[in-house]
Design a protein around this ligand. Structure first.
Ligand code: ZN
Length: 178
């Protein structure tokens, strides 16, 4: 499934859903900022779905808005817009968050030993296994230490790949004209 946003499209779709992705594409193509009513009309979506998606998009930094006040009625409305720079930065921020989580997970896997029951597959921390004399509290089988080297190797590979990606993104962003 390809995305009109290219190779970051899938990441964006995972984060903000299909509605969010369509709004981003529309705002990128639009020459002017759009109100939520205009977005809903152009995309054939319900206004509530659009507002909900816009809320997520703002929170994640993919779009922003400016407030428009109609002087005669003191009535506010919002106009939404984005640009490629904003999106690239939001994607980069997300990648940094994922990298942080992967590194925490790696640390956790490296620091902890887990045990598994070969009969029913239940998993225990070292402390739980120790308290039960390394026997499964459910069925009494001897617990086996889990070899998590594969998990650690996979995590290290993912971290390395993401680090390189972030480095490239940072370079690309810093060399862009403002
Ligand atoms: Zn068991």
């Amino acid at each position: 499934v390809s995305s009109p946003l290219g190779n970051v499209g899938l990441l964006i779709r995972n984060l903000v859903g299909e509605v969010g992705e369509r709004i981003i594409v529309l705002l990128l193509e639009s020459k002017e900022a759009l109100s939520d009513e205009e977005i809903a009309e152009k995309l054939g979506l319900r206004i509530n779905d659009v507002r909900k998606a816009l809320y997520d998009l703002v929170k994640l930094g993919f779009v922003t808005y400016r407030r428009v006040t109609r002087r005669e009625s003191y009535w506010h409305s919002y106009k939404w817009y984005t640009n490629e720079m904003m999106i690239a930065q939001a994607v980069l921020r997300r990648k940094r968050e994922v990298l942080k989580k992967l590194m925490q997970r790696l640390e956790f896997e490296k620091e902890n030993v887990f045990y598994v029951c070969p009969l029913d597959g239940s998993r225990y921390s070292f402390d739980e296994a120790f308290e039960n004399y390394f026997r499964c509290p459910r069925c009494g089988s001897d617990l086996v230490e889990i070899d998590n080297r594969k998990i650690i190797e996979n995590l290290e590979r993912l971290i390395e790949k993401l680090r390189r990606e972030i480095e490239q993104d940072e370079k690309a962003l810093s060399s862009r004209p403002v």
